[in-house]
Design a protein around this ligand. Sequence first.
Ligand code: BGC
Length: 437
Amino acid sequence: MRPFVFLVASIAALGGLLFGYDTGVISGAILFIAHDFGLSTQLQELTISVVLIGCIAGSSGAGALADRVGRRITLLAAGVIFGIGALGSAVAPSIDVLLVARFVVGTAIGLCSVVAPLYISEVAPADVRGALVSLYQFAITVGILGAYIIDYALAHNEAWRWMLGLAIVPSLVLIAGMLPLPESPRYLFKIGKREEAREELRRIAGGDEIGEEESAILGSLDVQGTGFGVFRTPAVRSALILGVALAMLQQLTGINTVIYYGPHIFLMAGLASNQASILAEVLVGTVNCLATLIAIFFVDRIGRKPLLYAGCTGMFLALSALSIAFAQTHMQGSLASIALVSMMVYVGSFAYSLGPIVWLLISEIFPLQARGLGMSIATLSNWVANLVVSLFFLSLVETLGASLTFSIYAVLCIVTIVVVWRGVPETKREILEKISV
Ligand code: BGC
């Protein structure tokens, strides 16, 4: 792979690292925050979910911003906002200030979750685009794991301010890294800076012919309509429906019940102590990270759809096992180990399929004119679905029981397989502008 392209993708992927760290870190910090500020259950829930509300706000404005000021400036802005939010969280004198700071962090995550995969996908050569966008997902998983480990390490000092404040380090690296990086050539074509755009395209192609790609990009600028008007074109509308469906299913199949509530599930399954549950969660985080490598290696070789079929089937089987295990009253002793193995299989299967490939597909299926807005709307739906799942998971377990709750997620895995089979085009190694839904 051309080193320049790899460097560009890695720096943009730092947005993913911040995304992962800042969504993961609160699970360990909340106990101490609740203690310091004397929070009620409602305020604790708000402290956890205010980030997701910020993500919804950030992702809804991200596409318009990225189309207006460019992908690069938007990512730089996200880095600055991250830094301010992290600092504000670390020094917050009251719960009100902390809530505002966490909201600010959320808006930055929202911006990154749209623009980082968008930028990477627009800069990447077609034959490695899958791997490079998967690198972004890998960074998310490293961020989550890093957050678990830091939470674990700082827990005995109850140092929640450090837990939240440390996010400032990657945000500074993101800012410093993005400063010298070029704008996406596709964005430059879109705003009419053709000479600059060609130059960037040549730099990325590293001496390969760019004629075919250039005419595909120019051709895709023909889409009728501006702003939301682009969605009047039937093909663009279909891409939007597919993008929203995939983005929501990525959440509705339940991944964040494990990422945010893992220790809770382990305790429910009978794992002995808080300590053991948190350690088990670190194990799950490690599997999440390592299994993403499978996507990086195979997504451009065997394609998006085979990985999605395999991953969703694995998730379905693991959730079914969890559901059956929780339904048995007489196998209490082995429940904890079944839960641990099932959750590892589940997270591992997600990590090489729905995790990276949903971000990849929603950055691929829209024509250039609709890409910013289309990705924004799909990503916004992802955050809304995330909020719904994480807000209602515990109440769902209370009212329906764990077994039925997991079986709902299992059924949604089957729905996802059907959507992939009927709706998803194979986009492996295809020039972005030649992809159609
Ligand atoms: C999802 C996140 C999730 C993470 C887990 C991402 O692709 O969008 O909601 O927490 O994967 O690794």
